[in-house]
Design a protein around this ligand. Structure first.
Ligand SMILES: C[S@@+](CC[C@H](N)C(=O)[O-])C[C@H]1O[C@@H](n2cnc3c(N)ncnc32)[C@H](O)[C@@H]1O
Length: 339
């Protein structure tokens, strides 16, 4: 069984509709009262835009004491992965009201599992790295049954990078920064964490639709050189930064022949126009990494995600993730990096 977590109950019907485009309808089941959808059969290498995170190939662990459940989890881990694989361990409860919770029962269970794994010579890592770590996720439902997804590192890397998350249950909050020009800065931070790929000092970033400058601010703070483009000016202090070049122009007309490190776009436009950006920057391999938000008008246009998925399938040189971020409102983020 596979589980997909939606951001909240309101998003669940749209997630079900999206899944129907990829999976047989009879294999999809909404879990009543939770932002959760069950899917039977294989979901390897699929992209799901309206889900925060998936628990692929999950098995059920019956309700019981925390100690019994911890023993059952550790025994399953021992059956599935060797202790030479480092582990990323995520334990969370899912509730109707609060969605993902990592405190209370989840925290105690995680603690017990962690200690028992350590005793069995497993290394539980703090960081997330789907390229080298096994992914162990335990989701506690309100009736206390646990659903456990164990992916050894090769499998996580080869088949599920597009749907697993660095955050337990896909849920995170990015700290406020009162100096940032806008709250939108959180999107580019979360996107980098989801990709596990971060801006590095000296890299060149083209920020399309940059005003008032939240994303440029993040890139400048990482020591990058920023080319910011918008029809409106970015916040004045950013214009004085000698690492930032600003062009007041149409971002879709901006071209460069020089390969760049990052193309990032938070442009407010119809989703179809973001496909143009994919052609301009990604298909041509002009950028090594990209983050583009796809903004929807109302609730009727999510089927356009299929066009993005088709496009993603043809981008063989890039690792691509299509994901609704916690900070995304009525939008989904398309992001990727050259393999
Ligand atoms: C959501 S805001 C970007 C916020 C920004 N990422 C930040 O962190 O502050 C979207 C921006 O897209 C810009 N925009 C919309 N269409 C554009 C176009 N064709 N060319 C350039 N900028 C455009 C708008 O002027 C607006 O400033």
């Amino acid at each position: 069984m596979n589980f997909f977590i939606a951001k909240n109950l309101d998003w669940t019907p749209y997630l079900v509709d999206e899944l129907k485009d990829t999976v047989e309808t009879e294999n999809i089941q909404k879990v009543k009262g939770l932002p959760l959808v069950k899917v039977e059969g294989s979901v390897e290498n699929i992209q799901v835009g309206l889900s925060l995170c998936a628990l692929p190939e999950a098995q059920e662990i019956e309700a019981g004491s925390i100690g019994e459940q911890a023993d059952a989890i550790v025994s399953q881990v021992q059956d599935h992965i060797g202790n030479d694989d480092g582990i990323n361990l995520q334990v969370f409860s899912l509730s109707e009201k609060f969605c993902v919770i990592t405190s209370g029962r989840a925290e105690i269970l995680r603690d017990k599992v962690h200690k028992k794994l350590k005793r069995s010579q497993y290394i539980v890592k703090r960081n997330y790295d789907p390229d080298s770590l096994a992914q162990v996720q335990a989701m506690i439902l309100p009736n206390r049954e646990v659903h456990l997804s164990i992916l050894e590192s090769e499998k996580a890397k080869a088949s599920y990078k597009g749907v697993i998350s660095p955050f337990a249950g896909g849920f995170t909050t990015i700290k406020d920064d009162k100096d940032a020009p806008s709250r939108a800065f959180k999107k580019i931070i979360e996107a980098q964490k989801v990709m596990n790929c971060f801006m590095q000092p000296g890299e060149t970033v083209v920020d399309l639709g940059a005003c008032p400058g939240g994303w440029s601010y993040v890139a400048l703070n990482r020591g990058c050189k920023v080319i910011a483009i918008d029809r409106s000016e970015v916040r004045e202090d950013l214009l004085y930064d000698d690492q930032l070049e600003f062009y007041k122009t149409d971002a879709f007309q901006f071209k460069t022949n020089e390969p760049i490190d990052w193309a990032i776009s938070d442009i407010i436009c119809m989703p179809e126009r973001i496909l143009e950006l994919v052609e301009t920057w990604v298909v041509t391999k002009l950028c090594r990494r990209f983050v583009f938000t796809i903004k929807f008008q109302g609730q009727d246009h999510y089927s356009i995600l299929n066009e993005f998925k088709e496009k993603v399938d043809s981008l063989n040189d890039y690792e691509v993730i299509l994901r609704q971020l916690n900070v995304n409102k009525n939008e989904v983020t398309l992001m990727g990096y050259l393999r």
